[in-house]
Design a protein around this ligand. Sequence first.
Ligand code: SF4
Ligand code: SF4
Length: 140
Amino acid sequence: MSRRPRREEIQENVNLCEYCSAKCCRYFALPIDTPKEPRDYDHMRWFLLHEHATVFVEEGEWFLLVHTDCNFLRKDNLCGIYEVRPNICRKYTTAKCEYEDHWVYEKYFETSEQVSEYAEVVLGSQGRQKSLRTAKPLTP
Ligand code: SF4
Ligand code: SF4
């Protein structure tokens, strides 16, 4: 199996995207307020109860990250609506993209339990969450 070339190995006149699996078209991320109070962490727990949702912190900024492919990403990893793609896609360039990123962040939360544990460490007993378990099993 051939390895993907490193960024610096690709000639200047060749588009980096040709060697990429369209990493930037497979998620969206939105900035969120830095959590301060128990209810902020409770909101984060709610985010992470949803499939493919995560939260990361980079340079002190908190983001909601949802791993989901764009509906217009083609099977060949090219944009299916290139001529009318949104501005955010137009402005994104290969100069600072995540071609070689490994999704490593200052902080990364994938489950609501991780958020609960973090809140408890940061806020002490104030951040302690009630158990996710119900008093009785839920019946369909
Ligand atoms: S801009 Fe970067 S991350 Fe996006 S498809 Fe091109 S090389 Fe991949
Ligand atoms: S609109 Fe095109 S460029 Fe933008 S995320 Fe979707 S596939 Fe990627």
